[in-house]
Design a protein around this ligand. Sequence first.
Ligand code: 5GP
Ligand code: ZN
Length: 115
Amino acid sequence: MSENCLFCKIANGSIPSKKVYEDDEIFVFHDITPVAPLHLLLIPKKHIKSLNELEVADGAILGNIFLKISSLAREFGMSEKGYRVVNNTGEFGGQSVHHIHFHLLGGRHLTWPPG
Ligand code: 5GP
Ligand code: ZN
């Protein structure tokens, strides 16, 4: 837990969110400003700032996050039509919250390339 980190506070429940799933390692909730009919955020409970700070030991957590993306996409009926997983890293990547997170976007046709 990092003090003054919004997503650490969401993961420990001190800031409320629309929670979808939680286990020992990861926390999943609805984005407060959805940009698609389904817009979930998946985060590790461990405070990792971004992909830049990822360590070999974090590999299992990321594996769990991606397995959860796959099962939630199925659960929310996104698997057949498809969906997008986004990670924004750093300034040029458009990262605004400095606790690593993965956006799961679905429910509409998403454009490519991003702006
Ligand atoms: P980023 O731009 O860093 O990749 O994504 C951060 C995301 O967090 C944004 O999509 C933003 O809408 C979402 N967000 C920011 N503050 C909150 C909050 O307090 N609650 C929730 N549920 N989402 C938030
Ligand atoms: Zn954090």
